[in-house]
Design a protein around this ligand. Structure first.
Ligand SMILES: [Zn+2]
Length: 69
């Protein structure tokens, strides 16, 4: 039980950090179409892509990775 609790605490701390990085600091949109429309309005459609957030279940915009993939 103690082992479980320790892991759980570790997991939640990690999750908090991920939320901070991938969610809390970004605008969220209720649908993918909405997020894409905002990117297009800002002239960023080629630069940003949308993803459904694991935490808030809304859509965020994020920069495409600069790698060739
Ligand atoms: Zn989010």
């Amino acid at each position: 039980m103690q082992f479980y609790l320790r892991n759980r605490e570790h997991f939640e701390k990690r999750t908090d950090a991920d939320v901070e990085r991938s969610c809390a600091s970004k605008d969220a949109y209720p649908t993918e179409a909405h997020a894409r429309a905002v990117a297009a309005m800002n002239g960023m459609a080629d630069v940003l892509y949308t993803y459904e957030c694991f935490y808030c279940r809304q859509w965020h915009l994020t920069r495409r990775p600069s790698s060739s993939e």
